[in-house]
Design a protein around this ligand. Structure first.
Ligand code: 13P
Ligand code: SF4
Length: 354
């Protein structure tokens, strides 16, 4: 829907008043009405890297979800303030691994006698606490655009990986990119005693996958892929690696949001695409590429927006920008110093990957 012209004008005016004092970052899943005000757009890797690109900006307004704002705070200087326009913009996947659960998991691994061989690899979509745990235990962070290189690095440091919290990205990367088999992976369920695993299973496993998933991407099914292939002959199926393994295995291409955009930019006129990722992005791409004769459809019409990404709307952005323009700091996301130090270690190991 078109954005309210009044609010557009207010956002523009507040941003102009703030000038270089504000830097607005926007994830690709954000609404059109919000993304138009982003100074930089990107996938979660690019936004983590670019957060530090404007050290003179006093305020970083993060149009995305909570864990991204935390990561931006960790990677920017102490006097830069990160603002999340709606504090309810969390991520259900990140919430699936708490610090207590992960500490308990480490005890289970220690008791099974495997902890010393385990390197934790945590998906960016995790809280700062989980990132700190990861850094403390010699591990690193990954995103969907560098998960393969992160796993390669981790398997150089140890024999086993504990992958948090997205089982699908972990499994897909292990099997597609690392040549591991499904039998090399076990699923640790934080709601069961000992994760629902025996010590023997833990000793035999190469990948210990945390039982977390994305509530949006988890809804694409093998059926959606088969249906779209039957409906649109010659269609290219391109999905995000947060989708289930069977969906990824049946797709033609797999990649992060930035990868998806690049693939469509490079696609020839007349090509047809079914995209399995968040709806705001797919709609924007369908509109953008329609004039070039590229047909882009959403992989499964029953899947909807990421509700927490959508919490950031134009009214919240206007409120945040106008407050900052009046010198009022609102919705600051600040990670405590000790957590920050270890989380930064894990993030910097990712940023240093070749
Ligand atoms: P990317 O933008 O890194 O592909 O991540 C997708 C996502 O789910 C962010 O929450
Ligand atoms: Fe979290 Fe999934 Fe939304 Fe990304 S799309 S923010 S992983 S719930």
């Amino acid at each position: 829907s078109p954005s309210d012209p009044d609010l557009v004008e207010r956002a523009r005016a507040a941003k102009e008043k703030l000038g270089d004092k504000v830097f607005v970052l926007g994830h690709h899943y954000q609404r059109d009405e919000v993304i138009q005000f982003a100074d930089v757009t990107g996938d979660s890797f690019k936004l983590a890297r670019d957060a530090a690109a404007r050290p003179e900006a006093e305020y970083i307004v993060f149009c995305g979800v909570h864990f991204m704002a935390e990561s931006a705070d960790i990677l920017t200087s102490d006097d830069q303030k990160v603002v999340l326009p709606d504090l309810a913009a969390g991520c259900s996947m990140a919430d699936m691994a708490t610090a207590e659960q992960v500490a308990e998991c480490w005890d289970v691994l220690t008791e099974a006698g495997v902890a010393e061989q385990v390197v934790p690899v945590s998906y960016m979509n995790s809280s700062a606490d989980i990132k700190a745990f990861t850094g403390k235990h010699g591990g690193l962070i990954c995103t969907s655009s560098n998960a393969k290189r992160a796993l390669e690095w981790a398997f150089e440091q140890g024999e086993k990986v504990l992958f948090l919290p997205d089982q699908h990205l972990g499994r897909n990367t292990a099997v597609r990119d690392m040549g591991l088999s499904l039998d090399d992976c076990v699923l640790y369920n934080p709601h069961k005693p000992n994760g629902g695993l025996t010590a023997e299973q833990l000793r035999d496993a190469k990948m210990i996958l945390w039982r977390g998933h994305c509530s949006v991407h988890g809804r694409f099914s093998l059926e959606s892929v088969e249906d779209v292939r039957a409906r649109i002959p010659g269609v290219n199926v391109l999905v995000h690696p947060e989708c289930k393994h069977e969906v990824v295995a049946a797709a033609d291409q797999v990649g992060s949001t930035e990868y998806i955009i690049k693939a469509l930019e490079a696609a020839p006129a007349g090509s047809k695409w079914a995209i399995g990722t968040e709806l705001n992005l797919v709609r924007r791409l369908a509109n953008r590429f329609a004039p070039e004769g590229k047909e882009i459809v959403f992989l499964d019409k029953t899947v909807c927006f990421c509700s927490t990404m959508n919490r950031i709307d134009l009214p919240h952005l206007v409120w945040a920008l106008e407050s900052l323009a009046e010198g009022k700091l609102v919705n600051r996301i600040e990670v405590d110093k000790e957590t920050e130090a270890f989380a930064k270690l894990a993030l910097e190991r990712m940023l240093a990957l070749p």
